[in-house]
Write a protein that binds this ligand. Structure first.
Ligand code: URA
Length: 239
């Protein structure tokens, strides 16, 4: 396997990031500094180090996608393009989205083949924060923000949990952080306070933040740091 592919599959960074790290001399193969990204390694016998730390190829893979509108959060669909169609065939193999965003929602979506992490992030008992940037049909009033913060009746047996709600850049926009993942939750919350969502973008999930450099439809592997925080974060969340 090529060295740059090995490192990006191991979560060290994107293909272009790892190329730069190799160039800077931060990667070693056994006892010598790696010379170039296209060096071919034997992933079963060679030992690879990045900044002195041993890197092993993990069987799990993790990508963040800036989900565009018009694609569904599923692994296959008879009618629509799915989020997996945004990835190359090779990268998409065996992956699934961690949770769902509506077809018209954009922003951060984690794709992985790690069922345990997915379970930890989605478990209702873990209360993982999800922050959305919401554009509404009409002005978001201070009263609406206050009601959203306290929790609202969206027609389920229980009110929504307290949320963080903060005014956005324009009068009809807001940042909303929720700790649950009920069906169409954000749209139903805004409806419950007498407004209407016209567009919705997810900015973060737990410690993971959408990379501003990713245009809608673009994706990249998570860095080792992002993965460490996400795994640690998902375990440390209050239950
Ligand atoms: N809430 C919604 O209403 N839609 C989403 O896609 C995500 C959260």
């Amino acid at each position: 396997m090529r060295l740059d592919k090995f490192l990006s599959n191991a979560g060290v960074g994107s293909r272009s990031q790892v190329k730069a790290l190799i160039k800077k001399g931060q990667v070693s193969i056994n006892d010598h500094k790696a010379r170039s990204s296209d060096e071919v390694i034997d992933e079963n016998n060679d030992v690879i180090y990045y900044q002195g730390k041993r890197i092993s190829l993990c069987k799990h893979r993790y990508y963040m996608l800036n989900k565009p509108t018009g694609v569904v959060s599923a692994t296959e669909d008879n009618l629509d393009k799915t989020v997996l169609d945004c990835l190359s065939k090779e990268d998409a193999k065996d992956l699934f989205p961690v949770g769902r965003l509506d077809k018209d929602t954009t922003g951060l979506l984690l794709l992985t083949n790690d069922g345990e992490l997915s379970h930890n992030l989605l478990s209702p008992r873990k209360h993982v924060d999800k922050t959305y940037y919401v554009t509404c049909e009409s002005e978001v009033t201070e009263e609406q923000l206050e009601t959203l913060r306290k929790g609202v009746d969206i027609g389920d047996d229980k009110k929504t949990l307290p949320a963080l709600a903060k005014a956005g850049q324009h009068e009809n926009e807001l940042y909303l952080t929720i700790r649950e993942g009920r069906f169409h939750q954000v749209k139903r919350m805004l409806h419950a306070v007498g407004n209407k969502v016209v567009s919705l973008k997810r900015l973060s999930m737990g410690s993971l933040k959408l990379d501003d450099n990713l245009k809608p439809g673009e994706y990249r592997a998570l860095t080792a740091e992002e993965l460490k925080d996400l795994k640690g974060g998902s375990i440390k969340m209050p239950v």
